[in-house]
Design a protein around this ligand. Structure first.
Ligand code: BGC
Length: 375
């Protein structure tokens, strides 16, 4: 059976099932892959909500799907890094082939793709290139990451985990640059993660892989599935009233690292009050909805200056982050494999997936779309 693609169409907020594009190739230096699993994420929902997807040049729709587990079917001449039968996870972002880069400073085009400005990159399934909701597609080997044996069922989480990996790595690097390599190695940061979506749980995985103590703050009550799942990772879960956002002694009761995954300005502003000296907050979640401002931003800024805080915005990932995500899944598999697998809360076939592109299941974390068997 050939499954359909899931497409975002300009002017429409609902996704559509469409006939898949037939791949041509693989040519020399290319790889033919088949999709096994796709992950649905908030970005897919935002693309649809906007009703203005960034469709590839000359196309009428954008084929969605950027979180993917795939199998290599065939390799073109000269491809040595991957072989038929390998399981892989593709990178989302790549440099453009040039057509849209007019007006962008040349030095910015030499940056790592995740640090490039808008216009200099494409993202498969998101920006100007079709994604992976396709039974088969062509790629280049440098964008494919090997999945080791044993993590086949959870490797679909690699891409969202890599986004959190980047956030954590940037915080580590910033801290090492200003306080020395030993600072967080000798004194692991206390971490607060705000939110209970896939990126928040991905952040839990990144921090637990480093052996750090984690507190997760969310809106759920203590007896919910997601609160219990946070605890399965040996994180402390605190609900709405469980955390004082203005502790009397922030050095004692605060956090060295806050990973903000809600995208909610109220949560962000309040959790800024929990940063201990030299603390770092990384923003990973962004909300598309404009919010009413109700906080004393000046005070936050003053604390940031006097407390040497860093606020970092991060997006996408570096190749090393993709690799870390996969390595950390493999590393944590024996201890937390069961908990990680529980993050996949729904599994649907492509033709039953459309509802999930515009709705969330209560207590759901990650819905995956199944195109093929991995074994
Ligand atoms: C993806 C990233 C991407 C970002 C912005 C996220 O959902 O996981 O790879 O860079 O959206 O488009």
């Amino acid at each position: 059976m050939t499954y359909p693609s899931i497409a975002a169409i300009p002017g429409e907020q609902e996704p559509q099932l469409v006939d898949p594009i037939e791949p041509q190739g693989p040519e020399s230096g290319e790889v033919l892959c088949e999709t096994i699993y796709l992950g649905i994420c908030g970005t897919d929902r935002e693309i649809l909500h906007s009703a203005s997807p960034h469709v590839p040049f000359g196309a009428e729709q954008l084929v969605l799907g950027h979180e993917c587990l795939a199998r290599v079917l065939e390799v073109g001449e000269g491809v040595a890094d991957v072989r038929a039968g390998d399981l892989v996870v593709p990178a989302v972002r790549r440099p453009t082939t040039g057509a849209t880069t007019e007006g962008i400073d040349a030095f910015k085009l030499k940056r790592r793709p995740d640090m490039m400005p808008w216009g200099a990159y494409v993202e498969r399934g998101i920006v100007w290139e079709h994604g992976f909701s396709l039974p088969q597609w062509i790629d280049r080997p440098e964008y494919l990451y090997h999945v080791p044996t044993g993590i086949e069922e959870i490797a679909i989480l690699s891409e969202p985990i890599s986004v959190s990996e980047k956030a954590v790595r940037e915080a580590e690097q910033a801290q090492a640059a200003r306080l020395g390599e030993q600072e967080w190695l000798a004194n692991p940061p206390r971490v607060l993660i705000t939110g209970m979506g896939p990126i928040a749980f991905a952040a839990v995985i990144c921090c637990r892989a480093r052996g750090w103590d984690v507190t997760v703050w969310g809106r759920d009550s203590e007896d919910t599935f997601r609160a219990a799942l946070a605890r399965e990772f040996d994180a402390t879960y605190v609900g709405l009233d469980g955390l004082s956002f203005s502790p009397a002694n922030v050095e004692q009761d605060g956090f060295e690292l806050v990973l903000e995954c809600t995208g909610n300005d109220r949560v962000m502003m309040r959790s800024a009050g929990l940063l201990a000296g030299c603390g770092i907050m990384v923003w990973l979640g962004a909300s598309r909805l404009p919010q009413v401002s109700e906080f004393d931003v000046n005070q936050i800024m003053r604390s940031a200056i006097l407390g040497n805080h860093l606020f970092i915005g991060t997006v996408n990932n570096a190749p090393q982050d993709m690799q870390s995500a996969i390595n950390h899944l493999a590393k944590l598999n024996s201890q937390y494999g069961g908990a990680i697998a529980k993050m996949i809360t729904q599994q649907v076939d492509p033709q039953d997936s459309l509802w999930h592109y515009t709705n969330r299941v209560p207590q759901g974390i990650k819905t995956i779309v199944k195109y093929a068997q991995w074994s």
